[in-house]
Write a protein that binds this ligand. Structure first.
Ligand code: SF4
Length: 404
């Protein structure tokens, strides 16, 4: 986590209304040179000031397009650290990407540190040996640091999002950039979210996690835990598994339990039933019990198209659910949180109106604070991993506005 200096006391002495007015005034003053991005999981007091809202990759891509159209100089990303890095990867170098609170890091992304990834890669290959006829193709969920994305890009892998993970897994299992040769064994190293990895692997029939068996039989998946000696798995597991998952997780989506699904179904059994929809960062036991699973954007579109009179229980971040519920109620659709867990992204919550105003006050004086810059030597390979993802999901690299 990066260190964020304390703000002057005056920001905390302001009322919510005064903060909102001051932010609006600064936006007006800065005009088109400023673009504020708000991730779906942000609190209302912040997202009301966003020019664009969305999930992390969508926001970065939209921002790249908008910034070049408007002549934007500053992008203020109301999200977490890896999102600001992604925006920096996708925008022109002349655009400064700013994170209002430097301590807003994603716990899941932080679970895959670059040095640990390098160590795991070397250990896995040492176990597989020089005689092994195969390749390990790494896939990095976009919720990862730029350094990890770069590692993946440099080693023939690609990024993925929660909406295209299945396509990218298919691409990797077929050999990635180079189709698998005769008898060549392909393994996937997926990081950092073991749950998205497990949920996606199950779509390919890869579900078992018992050790001791070979090939795609009873030992499809092994989990590498960087906190444990040798990843906490036996060499035989590394040899037999097709999918090697990193032991990372989202601290928000992990909170949902299978019992929450059972409970909500019981509650609505007499009143027309309820549709349970969850994010694929939830545990597989939860996803298996749900009616539907999909990315944040998918969940939003499903709920927005729901028939009046229907009930929906949603397993994702609470700020988004509350906004969805308010909008849906106007159409007679009942939307509620799945379970009674505290599923708030505490890191996203660090971006508050005080930090947003402080950032804008500095920009008004042409002072850039909290700029997030991916080092040039990291950019090339991190972009390569993103480009591969786009070119293998029906999009072209030219859709990305990359500064070269
Ligand atoms: S919701 Fe989960 S994955 Fe997203 S920023 Fe928070 S901890 Fe990270």
């Amino acid at each position: 986590m990066l260190w964020q200096p304390a703000l002057p006391d005056r920001y905390y002495a302001m009322s919510d209304e005064d903060l909102a007015q001051a932010i609006a005034a600064r936006r007006e003053q800065l005009g088109d040179i400023l673009l504020i991005l708000g991730h779906h999981y942000q609190q209302d007091e912040v997202i009301q000031h966003a020019d664009l809202t969305g999930d992390s990759l969508k926001l970065s891509r939209l921002a790249a397009e908008e910034a070049s159209k408007r002549g934007t100089k500053y992008i203020v990303f109301c999200g977490v650290h890896f999102m600001a890095e992604t925006a920096d990867l996708l925008t022109d170098d002349a655009v400064a990407v700013i994170l209002p609170d430097l301590s807003a890091g994603c716990p899941m992304a932080d679970m895959a540190e670059y040095d640990d990834v390098v160590e795991a890669w070397e250990s896995i290959h040492a176990v597989l040996g020089n005689d092994w006829n195969g390749r390990v193709i790494p896939i990095a969920y976009v919720n990862s640091s730029a350094a990890v994305k770069a590692f993946v890009g440099e080693h023939g892998g690609a990024c993925c999002t929660s909406s295209n993970a299945t396509e990218i897994f298919g691409w990797a299992l077929a050999g990635g950039e180079r189709p698998a040769g005769n008898n060549e064994q392909i393994k996937v190293l997926f990081l950092p979210d073991q749950h998205l990895g497990r949920n996606t692997a199950s779509r390919f029939g890869l579900i078992t996690e018992v050790d001791g068996a070979a090939g795609r039989g009873p030992s499809d998946i092994a989990v590498w835990d960087p906190r444990l000696e040798g990843g906490g798995i036996r060499e035989q597991q590394i040899r037999s598994a097709t999918i090697l998952l990193w032991a990372g997780h989202c601290t928000v989506h992990m909170r949902f339990c299978p019992e929450h699904v059972d409970q909500v179904r019981r509650e609505y059994a007499e009143t027309g039933g309820i549709t349970v929809i969850v994010h694929p960062e939830c545990r597989k036991e939860v996803v298996d019990r749900a009616d539907d699973v999909g990315s944040t954007e998918y969940i939003i579109s499903r709920v927005e198209q729901a028939e009046p009179g229907t009930n929906w229980a949603v397993g994702t971040e609470v700020h988004l659910i509350n906004r969805l519920a308010k909008r849906a109620a106007r159409r007679g659709v009942n939307v509620r949180l799945l379970g009674d867990c505290l599923c708030l992204c505490a890191m996203m919550y660090r971006i508050n109106p005080q930090h947003l105003l402080w950032t804008l006050d500095n920009l008004a004086h042409r002072k850039v604070v909290n700029r997030i810059q991916v080092p040039p030597e990291v950019k090339h390979h991190a972009r390569l991993a993103l480009e591969r993802m786009l070119s293998h999901t029906g999009q072209t690299p030219s859709e990305l506005i990359l500064a070269r």
